[in-house]
Design a protein around this ligand. Structure first.
Ligand code: SF4
Length: 305
């Protein structure tokens, strides 16, 4: 994983382990770590993501991104007795893919308490069963909606004040691009408005490219996505990733530009948003329609839950 570049660090005389095309810098391990952590600290400061008294849960899948965020947060908060840190892992019920034991090992190695939630306990059905019933074309849509609702409810019940996700710069740029390709004007321009039932989400690695997060994870926690999700081929995101990676190989600052656009548009556009309502059935906040209840009702009708 570590590149034997045969080059020296642009900031000191040590051997470089990475070349960042977007910055034009070769970095040694010390300066690389500093670079990643400075970007994460900048994101936290800019968005005022951490306050005294916070109870922060890292959404830990056991993959490289969330493992790296957990490692970073445990370092950042080690001298902050006024802020609590834990991890939450969600088991969607995807055979051979999600192993909550892996997430537990990572949390234990960092001495961070971990809580586990599962689709089968919360909804009485696994994602594998949903795919059996309806096919795998919309697997990622079902998975994303159910996981988001479960994570929010579970964290809220634990008294968590912020949930930290492992989204990196590439993920965030892809989300902006997806909104463009879908023509989702509201997704591009709406400000995220706080709601008492919604635990705020924070994304410390929003300015760190995926490749850098992978190396940071490799150096410190070894989180990896060894066994890819069997349904990942259905993620529309994969197409967008391909387009963006190709374009960025010729124009290295493109992903940074998209993330900047995604942050700036809501500030420029005077949209008030429609606000969230509370679903009378599941008690969770929703926008136009409670998609979680829609899915669970569909599953029940099909005799699956
Ligand atoms: Fe869920 Fe799709 Fe991710 Fe698999 S690839 S874990 S189905 S969102």
């Amino acid at each position: 994983m570590i590149n034997k570049l045969g080059m020296k660090c642009s900031k000191c005389n040590r051997d470089a382990i990475i070349f960042q095309r977007y910055s034009g810098l070769h970095l040694c391990e010390t300066h690389f770590n500093r670079d990643v952590e400075q970007k994460a600290r900048r994101a936290i400061r800019k968005h005022k993501w951490i306050s005294s008294g916070d109870r922060i849960a890292v959404a830990l899948s056991g993959g490289k991104d969330s493992s790296a965020v957990l490692y970073f947060m445990s370092r950042l908060l080690k001298d902050r007795p006024d802020v609590e840190l834990c991890a939450i892992t969600v088991d969607e019920g995807i055979a051979g893919y999600r192993d909550p034991g892996n997430a537990r090992k990572i949390a234990d190695s960092l001495d961070v308490p971990i809580h586990t939630a599962s689709f089968s306990e919360e909804y009485g059905v696994t994602l594998d069963r949903i795919v059996e019933l309806f096919g795998d074309r919309l697997s990622c849509t079902y998975c994303g909606i159910l996981r988001r609702t479960l994570m929010n409810r579970f964290a809220r019940n634990l008294g968590i004040t912020k949930i930290a996700f492992g989204m990196n710069l590439d993920d965030e740029a892809q989300s902006v691009m997806l909104n463009v390709l879908r023509g989702d004007e509201r997704g591009l321009t709406s400000k995220k408005r706080p709601h008492p039932m919604m635990v705020p989400r924070i994304k410390p690695f929003i300015y760190v490219p995926e490749r850098d997060v992978a190396l940071y994870s490799f150096l410190h926690v070894g989180g990896s996505d060894l066994h890819g999700c069997p349904y990942s081929h259905n993620a529309l995101r994969n197409d967008v990733r391909g387009i963006l990676d190709d374009y960025t190989s010729r124009h290295p600052s493109t992903k940074h530009a998209l993330v900047n656009l995604g942050e700036t548009l809501p500030e420029l556009c005077d949209t008030t948003g429609t606000g969230l309502k509370i679903c009378p059935d599941c008690g969770e906040p929703y926008g136009n329609v409670c998609r979680t209840c829609q899915i669970i009702n569909q599953v029940r009708k099909a005799g699956g839950g």
